[in-house]
Design a protein around this ligand. Structure first.
Ligand SMILES: Cc1cc2nc3c(=O)[nH]c(=O)nc-3n(C[C@H](O)[C@H](O)[C@H](O)COP(=O)(O)OP(=O)(O)OC[C@H]3O[C@@H](n4cnc5c(N)ncnc54)[C@H](O)[C@@H]3O)c2cc1C
Length: 494
């Protein structure tokens, strides 16, 4: 089958993530000028490890593999690294400490990235951030030692670290489809500014957040909670020119009124949300405002818009979600101007470039992580990271304004096993980040950025070991070697 036939016949040709600005066009001055682009696939790239998606998990996967001596290519549909942390304006990094708040347990490349950003004035080290403060939206349990950071500094810091490790970065490159031979991915097809180009790789790491590569290659998956429900999405915004002392004084005078009733959170500013609702000036399905102070004194990150039932695998659904998100942002900004002390002159500094997607595909791997194990502090023998993040399921999956937030019941941390990154069916593929093999609830705990970065680091090292060990299948990696290499690279494994 030639490549053109392959593309035509491939039922797995996925358009998820294609940016309209990237539709192949005839380059000015080329002989194709004035004609429709030809849908030929150019065999452009050859690499040992291909990482698809430059978010928190993709960055660390690429750096980790390159530091193991691999030739690595990292492709990203956008124009910067960071994924939700930069393009999505999501901040802070959720806790990287154990339940007692005494020990930093997500270290390795995550810590290196944080240290780099702290040195650049773009983050506050988590050791200096305690719960129930403006940096944690005054939230308490589960929110100790978060890491506020500046997304613009992150863009520079992670790009530099990635380039320093020798990774080839390709922006403006959206994943289109895979070509598989038996149980291996042979080629990955991208839509770039030149049209369709393929990458031949020995090993692929899927860090698209949506499991795009895995789904295309035939890995089984389920969507959302498997019953049609999916966590709501949020368009983040940032405000600056805030008189922070006045805002903080107001919230701190109401701390005693923070509560959760039937799964609904009444936290910061619920006393004003209620007034705005009564005045017909608030129709967002949230009763309070998740409001984090940022690194700079006058700047706040606002996580409050709530858009239900957005399917990130469907451009029409995403478009409707983005439009609704911006409608809600306007309402939120008016709310701050009118009701919130210190915010009369606040400026809408930025909205996220892309809707924040909490959930889409969960791939099926050799192990399906479940919430009971996490909450009970189970640490499987092949754990490649330890974490203590709570199960956080917004919107009760379909319901309008409820949130299930469950803290660990036993132990100080739980483990995420390597097997949850090993997809079924394809042998030269690992998945890291949001779509790992987990139940919807369990993913609601480990989808946050520090564990995603730790998963990426483990996947990058594992890919390198599989290649060095003669082209082993992901599931057959030398586990002892993997865990030792992780520890040698400053991961904390207990
Ligand atoms: C509303 C919301 C609030 C959150 N709050 C927090 C929080 O406070 N703290 C915290 O730590 N975490 C938080 N999270 C979770 C966290 O941001 C994400 O789960 C995490 O970023 C996932 O990392 P990832 O690398 O798997 O995917 P992503 O961050 O989504 O990165 C995926 C990358 O792959 C690229 N990509 C996707 N598809 C393609 C394709 N087809 N071709 C090429 N490139 C592609 C994307 O452009 C992106 O850069 C929140 C998430 C949301 C949505």
């Amino acid at each position: 089958m030639d490549r053109r036939d392959f593309l035509k016949s491939s039922g797995s040709l996925t358009l998820a993530g294609l940016a309209t600005s990237m539709i192949p066009s005839c380059a000015a001055g080329s002989s194709d000028k004035g004609k429709l682009a030809k849908f030929e696939v150019k065999d452009s790239f050859r690499t040992q490890v291909l990482v698809v998606g430059g978010g928190p998990s993709g960055i660390t996967a690429a750096i980790a593999a390159a530091r193991q001596g691999m030739k690595v290519m990292l492709v990203e549909q956008g124009a910067c690294l960071g994924g939700m942390a930069t393009r999505g304006l999501v901040q802070p990094f959720m806790t990287c400490y154990d339940m007692s708040g005494e020990q930093m347990i997500i270290r390795g490349l995550f810590e290196e990235i944080v240290d780099r950003m702290v040195a650049m004035g773009g983050a506050i080290h988590p050791k200096d951030v305690r719960w129930e403060t403006p940096y944690t939206a005054w939230m308490k349990e589960g929110h100790d030692h978060e890491t506020p950071f500046d997304p613009e500094i992150m863009k520079v810091a992670v790009e530099r670290m990635t380039l320093e490790s020798g990774v080839k970065i390709l922006y403006h490159a959206a994943f289109v489809t895979t070509e598989t031979k038996n149980d291996r991915i042979d080629k990955v097809v991208l839509l770039t500014r030149k049209g369709l180009e393929s990458v031949t790789a020995d090993f692929v790491i899927d860090t698209t957040g949506d499991g795009d590569v895995s789904a295309s290659a035939g890995v089984p998956f389920y969507y959302g909670n498997g019953e049609g429900g999916v966590q709501p999405s949020t368009l983040f915004l940032r405000l600056n020119n805030v008189e922070s002392d006045k805002l903080i004084a107001d919230v701190e005078s109401h701390l005693g009124e923070f509560r959760r009733v039937n799964g609904v959170s009444y936290r910061a500013l619920h006393w004003f949300v209620e007034k705005a609702e009564n005045n017909g000036e608030w129709d967002i399905k949230r009763k309070s405002v998740n409001l984090h102070k940022c690194v700079r004194e006058d700047e706040w990150s606002v996580n409050v818009t709530r858009i239900l039932d957005v399917n990130s695998l469907d451009s029409e659904s995403m478009t409707a979600g983005e439009i609704e998100g911006r409608r809600q942002v306007e309402q939120v900004v008016n709310f701050f101007h009118k009701y919130v002390p210190g915010c009369k002159n606040a400026t809408l500094m930025k909205t996220a470039e892309t809707l924040g997607i909490r959930e889409s595909r969960h791939i099926i791997g050799d192990f399906v992580l479940n919430a009971e194990d996490l909450l009970n502090g189970v640490v499987p023998e092949d754990s490649i990271l330890l974490a203590s993040n709570s199960v956080d399921v917004h919107g009760g999956q379909g319901a309008t304004n409820t949130t299930n937030y469950t803290l660990m019941k036993n132990g100080n941390w739980y483990g995420v096993p390597y097997r949850a990154l090993v997809p079924k069916e394809i042998t030269n593929l690992l998945v890291a980040g949001r779509p790992l093999s987990a139940t919807s609830d369990a993913a609601g705990a480990v989808r946050v950025m520090p564990p995603c970065m730790a998963m990426g680091q483990a996947a990058g090292i594992a890919a390198a070991l599989c290649i060095k060990e003669g082209g082993k299948a992901a599931k057959d990696v030398d586990m002892e070697h993997l865990l030792k290499t992780l520890k040698d690279n400053k991961a904390f494994l207990g």
